[in-house]
Design a protein around this ligand. Structure first.
Ligand code: PLP
Length: 456
């Protein structure tokens, strides 16, 4: 008989990966290049370097190098909160009465409360290396802004955060964590940038969106000497850094000879999902193994399931490059939902290409059913999950319940990207029965897609 799997599979410190894995190296169909919106030509390093740090541009454009060394300073920082545990959800399995074996990779064990710190510390490191004064960024729910504030503070960099207005108002505590770590936080859209003033004039009273905040942060970076812009999701470089999640998860599973049948992650811009599935998709791409992989997105912002695979702007202000991705249109402003981290109109180009090529499936779930799953998980497993993460929980539970019907003992692994301690307004709404599901109509989506830029 095999030994009992522990509740938490921890790796030793020396088992933390020392290289990131670049899944693009194993893709036959590479993600489409970013295009200059003015000329329609693929962007080269020199086009991107005024906006992003030099080394990060290199990583962004590198579709070939399979393994990229994690700098020593970044590895040292990782040791503060990594390796993250892979937890066997025995209590959840029991609560569901399922024969399925459920595991979750828990990334909420750091003050930023999410996986975003994995990329924030890398991005701050490369900014410091380049001798910059500081960086600008946007934040939706606040997790990325918090992570980057922590990382910048560690390396003595200035950090300016444009925070989506509805989150700024819903989550004052997030704002204060960022300020505690020394960041300057501005609600977006704001009157501090040209693009912000334009959006405010066009959509007075808007609750903001990630797309608007990105436009403002980019403008702030290019108009200040010694500053660059950093982004917490969507980009190839971010998926690269987040591969640490999947590499650790795979090492932990391999240690006990466990092969997952289903791997599930929530998808906003795609970074945690891309990171979690990277080594597994790599095996699929190389024909070495097969897994069923499910991306879960909110029904209020369904890029994969109802969007179009097309070139689009990454931001509402239409100043950022064009990316070929599953998109709802850069002018799509999702209804205010409690999963701020999933409120982005587009998706990583890497994941978009993989999805297009059939390497994984996608599912959209409604907010109330997400909070029902979150509550069930919190009660069974103890940890209060982030609303974003709870999208993955929802589908993990649904799959486990299917196993209950069929009697199959499938192994399910999902990404628990963060904790929900700053999301208690949302939990409050759910607990008092006031939460609503707002789903865009086909007309809403068609109207937004009609404004896609003409490329191809
Ligand atoms: C930002 C965030 C997400 C979504 O972002 P991805 O880039 O799609 O991973 C998911 N969960 C949490 C907790 C987040 O903070």
């Amino acid at each position: 008989m095999k030994e009992k799997i522990p509740y938490k599979i921890y790796l030793e410190e020396h088992e933390i990966p020392t290289q990131w894995y670049n899944v693009r190296s194993d893709m036959k169909n590479k993600p489409a290049p970013l295009l200059n919106p003015g000329t329609g030509q693929p962007l080269k390093a020199e086009d991107l370097e005024p906006i992003f740090c030099k080394e990060l541009v290199k990583q962004e454009l590198d579709n070939d190098t399979k393994w990229i060394d994690i700098p020593e300073e970044v590895l040292t920082f990782y040791k503060m909160y990594r390796p993250s545990p892979l937890v066997r959800a025995y209590f959840l399995e029991k609560a569901l009465g399922t024969p399925a074996k459920i595991y979750y990779k828990f990334e909420g064990n750091n003050t930023s409360g999410s996986h975003k710190l994995n990329s924030a510390i890398a991005q701050a490191y490369y900014a410091k290396e380049q001798g910059l004064k500081g960086v600008t960024t946007e934040t939706g729910a606040g997790q990325w802004g918090t992570a980057l504030s922590m990382a910048c503070q560690f390396f003595g960099l200035d950090c300016q955060v444009y925070m989506v207005k509805c989150s700024y108002e819903q989550k004052p505590f997030r704002r204060e964590v960022m300020r505690t770590y020394g960041a300057k936080v501005t609600p977006s859209p704001s009157d501090t940038t040209n693009v912000g003033r334009k959006i405010l004039a066009e959509f007075p009273g808007t609750s903001g969106s990630l797309g608007c905040a990105i436009s403002e942060a980019v403008e702030a970076a290019v108009t200040q000497e010694g500053y660059r812009y950093e982004l917490g999701s969507v980009l190839n470089q971010v998926l690269l850094h987040q591969s640490i999640i999947g590499l650790e998860a795979k090492t932990a599973l391999d240690k006990y000879g466990i092969k997952p049948d289903i791997i599930i992650g929530c998808a906003g811009g795609g970074s945690n999902l891309g990171g979690l599935i990277a080594p597994f998709v790599g095996e699929k791409l190389r024909g070495e193994a097969d897994y069923r992989i499910i991306a879960v997105e909110p029904a209020s912002c369904p890029s994969f399931t109802r969007g179009k695979f097309a070139y689009d702007f990454c931001d509402t202000g239409m100043i950022c490059p064009l990316a070929k991705m599953y998109t709802l249109g850069s002018q799509f402003i999702p209804s205010p939902s409690h999963s701020g981290g999933l409120r982005f109109h587009g998706m990583s180009t890497v994941l978009s290409q993989l999805y297009h090529d059939g390497l994984f499936e996608a599912r959209a779930v409604e907010q109330t059913s997400v909070f029902e799953a979150a509550t069930l998980f919190a009660r069974a497993e103890g940890t209060l999950p982030a609303p974003e993460s709870s999208h993955a929980i929802r589908v993990a539970i649904d799959e486990a319940l299917k196993c209950k019907e069929t009697g199959e003992e499938k192994t399910i692994v999902f990404g628990l990207t963060g904790t929900g301690y700053f999301d208690l307004v949302a939990y409050g709404e759910y607990n008092s029965g006031k939460m609503k599901d707002v789903i865009p109509t086909d007309e809403d989506i068609a109207a937004s897609l009609a404004k896609l830029p003409k490329v191809d």
